[in-house]
Ligand binder design. Structure first.
Ligand code: S3P
Length: 168
């Protein structure tokens, strides 16, 4: 089993889809932001505040090299900017979770923990900037993806099953 690497914009549901795939299959799931938080013993928000985004991107690169070298048969969910690491394609099959910006925003805003979900994401603080970031990244996500899954208004189970079927 090759690794499955979930990419896509903040809030599109990479973590939820990863947990659902893990529930429905033999895949173990890891998340690049979680790996960075345990590696540094710091929250992402704090890393951005104290060391800056550039340092965070360096940590993503370190994690990417470790994943390529040491992780097999695993479902990897990633931070929204992780797709830029040089060795991305060597980590596994790249699956883009795709949805329009407005739908992603609604998904976050409708979440029972919406405040926390927004607060922990430094690049979602200014929604106009976040939309511009989405617009600039979307073509790049599409370019790097081996598989594109439209997740708009789809139940988690359906998304997870679709991915499992298509990567086999
Ligand atoms: C980021 C997305 C975040 C996290 C960091 C930067 C980005 O992860 O890695 O705040 O550049 O899009 P999520 O996509 O899980 O929110």
């Amino acid at each position: 089993m090759k690794n499955i690497v979930l990419i896509g914009f903040m809030g599109v549901g990479k973590g939820s889809v990863a947990r659902e795939i893990a529930r429905l299959s033999d895949y173990m799931a890891v998340d690049t932001d979680d790996l960075i938080e345990s590696l540094t013993n710091k929250k992402i928000k704090k890393i951005f505040e104290e060391e800056g985004e550039k340092h965070f991107r360096k940590l993503e690169k370190d994690v990417a090299l470790w994943l390529e070298k040491s992780v097999k048969n695993t479902l990897v969910s990633t931070g929204g900017g992780f797709y830029k690491v040089e060795n991305l394609k060597k980590i596994g099959t790249i699956v883009l979770l795709d949805a329009p910006f407005e739908k992603i925003l609604k998904r976050i805003q409708n979440h029972p923990n919406a405040k926390k979900k927004l607060a922990k994401r430094p690049l979602l603080q200014d929604l106009e900037k976040a939309k511009a970031l989405y617009e600039s990244r979307r073509p790049e996500y599409l370019e790097v993806a081996d598989l594109v899954i439209d997740v708009t208004d789809k139940p988690l189970k359906k998304i997870a099953k679709e991915i499992l079927k298509k990567v086999k």
